[in-house]
Design a protein around this ligand. Sequence first.
Ligand SMILES: Cc1ncc(C[n+]2csc(CCOP(=O)(O)OP(=O)(O)O)c2C)c(N)n1
Length: 209
Amino acid sequence: MTPTAPSLPRLTPQELIAFEDDIAHEFNEARIKAPVHLTSGNEEALIAIFRDVAPADWVLCSWRSHYQCLLKGVPPDRLKAEIMAGRSISLCFPEYRVLSSAIVTGVLPIAVGIAMAIQRAGGANRVHCFMGEMTAETGAAHECMKYARQWDLPVHWIVEDNGRSVCTDTRQVWNTPTLSHEGHHDPRVTHYAYRSRYPHAGAGKRVQF
Ligand SMILES: Cc1ncc(C[n+]2csc(CCOP(=O)(O)OP(=O)(O)O)c2C)c(N)n1
């Protein structure tokens, strides 16, 4: 499959924020009949990460993926149409090499499988797999990361640490001030911390679907 984006767009933090603000408005006006998971405060971090993402690379995401889709080259109007149709929670654009799952850890074994296929084909492209910090603490995440490391698979794992698993403090759950991927210097893992002004899901208003 040939990626349709010859080069990735250079978006500014303001453009990302404006897109998410527009979706928040649509959601609060009850024009989206399905959950949305919005983000903020991580624009600079994601823009920096995407400087190292090639058009032929795969980007795998969770339920919270609007920024990643935009940065991977999905046209904003196409992305918005999918969100308005109720598919924000599991956005997939294979032609842009973006896949998402709303299942905690859902994309992690898929990242391993794609990376294995790339390695067997002798490809030079990579997989960038995004996950929340609670997802990164699960057994499935540890196994996928260990397998990819041991087999030298071309996966870059990105742990997006907003401190919370829905409404629960992740560090409190594990009774530790330091999570598994903080302060380590594994070049295959990027950990960044951010605080979002949006709740886990929705845009702050209770909306009846
Ligand atoms: C297998 C499974 N269990 C539970 C859920 C419900 N759920 C959705 S998001 C989430 C918390 C994930 O926290 P984290 O990985 O830190 O991601 P964040 O949403 O904070 O970015 C949970 C438990 C789910 N989607 N899938």
